[in-house]
Write a protein that binds this ligand. Structure first.
Ligand SMILES: [Cu+2]
Length: 154
């Protein structure tokens, strides 16, 4: 599930906000979208390298520029993104932040909804004993997880 974040929340993209702490309050995943809202012509948004983020010198290290006043930036890569405002003094004044975008795959949830692997059952003397034993192993594995649709094994 992708999320859409307005940068700065209700403060939007302005000179009065601490964006480092704003960025720290969220976990960003690949596919999420940042929306920068501001008065067109009073700010802008540059995606930059980490060096340019640190120096606030956008004579190099600029990866993308936005200036519409309502800029949507899709976070399509698993990487660190760095953003600044390139109006004079704004970056040094605090209009900059970095975020780490992680992969969206939720493996923990995937693991939770699947039954544990079936333990190997020791071989028995006859085929029928072996299969009865296998079936009970399956049933006993599924019952604790509440997966009763699987009781057709009976
Ligand atoms: Cu600005």
């Amino acid at each position: 599930m992708a999320s859409v974040y307005t940068v700065g929340d209700q403060d939007e993209w302005s000179s009065q906000t601490n964006y480092a702490s704003w960025a720290g309050t969220y976990n960003f995943s690949r596919g999420d979208v940042l929306v920068f809202k501001y008065m067109k012509g009073q700010h802008n948004v540059y995606e930059v390298t980490e060096d340019t983020f640190r120096s606030c010198d956008a004579s190099s290290g600029v990866l993308a520029k936005y200036e519409s006043g309502e800029d949507e930036v899709a976070l399509n890569e698993v990487k660190k993104y760095w953003f600044i405002c390139n109006f004079a003094g704004h970056c040094l004044g605090g209009m900059r932040f970095g975020i780490k975008v992680k992969d969206a795959t939720n493996l923990t949830h995937f693991k939770d909804i699947h039954p544990p692997p079936i333990q190997p059952t020791p071989l028995h003397n006859s085929c029928s004993t072996y299969f009865v034993s296998q079936r009970w192993t399956l049933i006993l594995n599924f019952i604790p997880l509440g997966l009763f649709p699987f009781n057709y094994y009976l």
